[in-house]
Design a protein around this ligand. Structure first.
Ligand code: NAP
Length: 327
């Protein structure tokens, strides 16, 4: 991977395929691409596995009847991609994505520039911020988006979980391993979470549900001491004394670097056709950051495989710039 300065003097290394993101879709794409003997680089931000790596136990990925730790699954996918020759580079951020007149792509990161004939965008998602007063102030002091990372800090304590989807209830259940009580504050009377997860939530004596309510303020002096919430029907305010607030109100796509470059939908997710092609030749997208109706590891892996197969065909097509041609 050439640094920005080195790029000025020496010809850049060019890969057949650059994959942005090392979550399950990016890593699946890397396995297929490297096995197809295409030179492949994966740009990994923070941690391989993306959101999956933060999941304590993945129970719905086929092949693991006892479930599997998301972290371990990510580690194995990464090793599998590397074993077939994919280069995996840790970066902090992708700064820009550009395409030159001859159809090559340049991805600028904090570690330098990557050049490739084709690109697979799999940048994933991150937890959405609520914007509630106190949220930003208490990050790392009681406000968290990662039960797997921070749950053990709440042994014997009270926590609130905001949201009613799979993440809120699953992560809430994980928190019951440590906390004395987990209070799920949800804006409706019905959970969005998968039925089996709901059943477990309702059956767990440490799980308590506060319906039709939204957080208004996170309270505390140096650390979180409580959350003020409002009933959306009566508008009545109440305060719940808790030591931690875990926020799971959906996800935002990591696509800021693609704004104005690749078509995104109103929510910032990447728009593709059914063959995962973006509007730009040689640029494909897969995984949670793609505008799709299902955010599941199994689906992400399938999309990664499809994207790699499509890229393979593209690389042999007359549309694709040939290897080593001048930029
Ligand atoms: P989600 O499914 O979008 O659920 C977000 C929850 O937060 C919903 O209950 C929503 O309420 C609530 N919410 C949204 N905005 C809010 C706001 N401003 N204030 C208060 N509450 C708000 O998000 P997620 O649970 O993070 O899941 C994201 C995707 O990943 C989903 O497709 C999910 O199925 C998938 N996932 C799957 C698993 C699994 O398979 N085990 C685990 C985790 C995530 P409403 O219900 O009223 O809209």
């Amino acid at each position: 991977m050439a640094s920005s300065d080195a790029h000025e003097q020496a010809p850049p290394t060019e890969y057949d395929v650059a994959i942005v993101g090392a979550g399950p879709s990016g890593l699946a794409a890397a396995i297929y691409s490297a096995r197809g003997r295409r030179s492949t680089i994966v740009l990994e931000r923070n941690l391989a596995g993306g959101q999956m790596a933060l999941t304590y136990l993945v129970e719905n990925y086929p092949g693991f009847p006892e479930g599997v730790s998301g972290f371990d699954l990510a580690d194995k996918m990464k090793a599998q991609a590397a074993q077939f020759g994919a280069e995996i580079h840790e970066i902090t951020a992708v700064e820009s994505f550009t395409t030159t007149a001859d159809g090559r792509h340049a991805i600028t990161t904090d570690q330098g520039v990557v050049h490739a004939r084709a690109a697979i965008l799999a940048p994933g998602v991150e937890a959405r911020r609520s914007g509630v007063p106190g949220e930003a102030e208490f990050i790392g002091r009681g406000v968290s988006w990662c039960a797997t990372c921070d749950g053990a800090l709440y042994r014997g304590k009270q926590v609130a979980v905001i949201g009613g989807g799979d993440s809120a209830v699953e992560e809430g259940l994980f928190l019951t391993k440590f906390a004395d009580a987990v209070h799920v504050i949800h804006r409706r009377r019905e959970l969005r979470a998968e039925k089996i997860i709901q059943e477990r939530g309702f059956a767990n004596p440490k799980m308590h549900f506060i319906w039709d309510s939204v957080p208004k303020r996170i309270l505390g002096k140096d650390v979180v001491e409580g959350v003020e919430y409002a009933n959306v029907k009566t508008h009545k305010l109440a305060t719940l004394p808790v030591n931690g607030v875990f926020i799971y109100i959906g996800q935002t796509a990591n696509t800021a670097f693609l704004k104005g470059v690749i078509e995104l939908n109103e929510q910032g997710f990447i728009v593709t056709d059914e063959l995962l092609r973006t509007g730009r030749a040689g640029v494909f997208a897969c995984g949670d950051a793609r505008a799709n109706p299902i955010k599941q590891i199994a689906a992400a892996v399938g999309e990664g495989a499809l994207a790699a197969v499509q890229v393979d065909k593209y690389l042999d097509s007359p549309e694709c710039p040939p290897t080593g041609a001048k930029t």
